[in-house]
Every structure is written in C-alpha cells, then in structure tokens.
Design a protein around this ligand. Structure first.
Ligand code: CA
Length: 236
C-alpha cells in the first residue's frame, strides 16, 4: 500500500548519542522524518520550531528532565495535544504512572527493541489522528467538536491529552453503556499493543479531572468490577 500522506515527523529527545543514532536510523528506514535534541531546553525550542507529530522523550536528561519537558509541553496550547512517548531506564510501575500523570501518552522502558518502539509510535499516532465521521458528539452538557478537535462542558473549554480525547470520544459515542477496561483498551489503545488494564484507570482519572470542575456532577460512572460508563446518575 502506498502512503499518500507526508512523512510522519518525530522529535527524539535523548542525550545518549548512540541511542539517538540508532533511533534515527530505524525510524528513517521506516519512513519517518526525524529531528533530535540532546537536552530538555533544546527540546522545547526544537519542538516549538519544528512542530513534530510525536515526541519520543527520555526521562533522564541533563538540565531539564524529561518529566519537566513533558509538563511544560502540556502547559502550552500549541503542544497540549502533542503525542509524547517517554523512555526510561526505570521499569517501576510507580514511575510509569507518574509519567502518564504528567501527560505522556505512553511509556517504554529501556532496554527496548527499535521495532517495539516503532509499534508504539504507530499506535499513538493512529489514536491521535482525528477521523471525521460525525462532527459533534454531545452528552450532559459536554460537547465534543470532532472537526475542531475541541471539547466544551457547559460552554467551558476543556483541555484533554490525545488519549483522554479518544477515550471520551469513544464513551460519547454510546453514553450509558458500560465498558470493561479490556474493551476500552481495545477501542482506544488498539489490539496490537500490550497495555496494562491499570493504564485505563490512570487515563479515566485524568479525564475526570479535566471534565468535572469542583462541585460539578461526575459524568463518568465507575461500575465496580465491570468498568466505566458515561452517565448522569453517578454512584461511584
Ligand atoms: Ca538519557
């Protein structure tokens, strides 16, 4: 199958030169365009200038850590939805969760194979790409404008990361229906990738935080041992 679209563009942020070259070689071979930065400050400049489709961000960087770069990217409107995959030498679950909580879309522990990372990048890019079947999805004061890639609740603008956006979109397509973590993983993350069911909880928590202002009704219902639904009658 021929690709009619422009090459996807990645920025690799990593201070280990050998790893940068390994990633550049492998991603270019797979048809990606690759720009690089070797520290956190340079990364913020490179990303602002070159506007990549996705960032591969090492956790351990000189000067400004990967975690802080991620946080700063999420704070700016231009990069709020930019897909980010974090690389880390630490394999602990707590770090994985921390990475996801500052706004990374996925997390790959070192050492990893280039083909594993390529598969993750493809999956994240696929979910980040908005498709235009229907323009507006609404429920309980929530409005998702798919063409403008915007979400409002009672007229208030809501900022979501790409994964939360996909998750909310999926829930908005069938309000009231309960989905298990596995069903959400298949629908939002894709079947070809292994993601722990706990990851769903992390993203649901982020989604709740984003859409529910203090004192507002929680629009996401937790169904014990079953999963989650978008609902106006909450009993979590
Ligand atoms: Ca590093």
């Amino acid at each position: 199958m021929k690709e009619a679209t422009a090459k996807p563009h990645l920025t690799v942020v990593e201070d280990e030169a050998a790893l940068v070259e390994l990633l550049r070689y492998n991603f270019e071979k797979e048809g990606f365009r690759v720009t690089t930065a070797t520290d956190g400050e340079a990364a913020l400049v490179t990303i602002a200038e070159s506007k990549p489709d996705l960032v591969i961000l090492d956790w351990m960087l000189p000067h400004v850590s990967g975690l802080e770069v991620c946080r700063q990217l999420r704070r700016k409107s231009e990069t709020r939805d930019l897909p980010i995959i974090m690389l880390t030498a630490r394999g602990e679950e707590a770090d994985r969760v921390r990475g996801l909580e500052v706004g990374a879309d996925d997390y790959v522990a070192k050492p990893f194979s280039p083909s594993e990372l390529i598969a993750r990048v493809r999956a994240v890019l696929r979910r980040a790409k908005p498709s235009s079947a229907q323009d507006l999805l609404t429920f309980g004061g929530l409005v998702m404008d798919l063409s403008a890639h915007r979400v409002l609740r009672d007229g208030r603008s809501i900022h979501l990361g790409p994964t939360e956006f996909r998750l909310l979109r999926f829930l908005l397509e069938r309000p009231g229906r309960v989905y298990s973590r596995e069903q959400l993983l298949d629908a939002v993350w894709g079947r070809d990738i292994y993601v722990e069911p706990r990851t769903v909880d992390v993203h649901i928590r982020r989604l709740r935080k984003a859409i529910n202002a203090p004192g507002e009704m929680d629009l996401i219902r937790t169904v014990r041992s079953a999963g989650y639904a978008l609902d106006e009658t909450t009993d979590a």
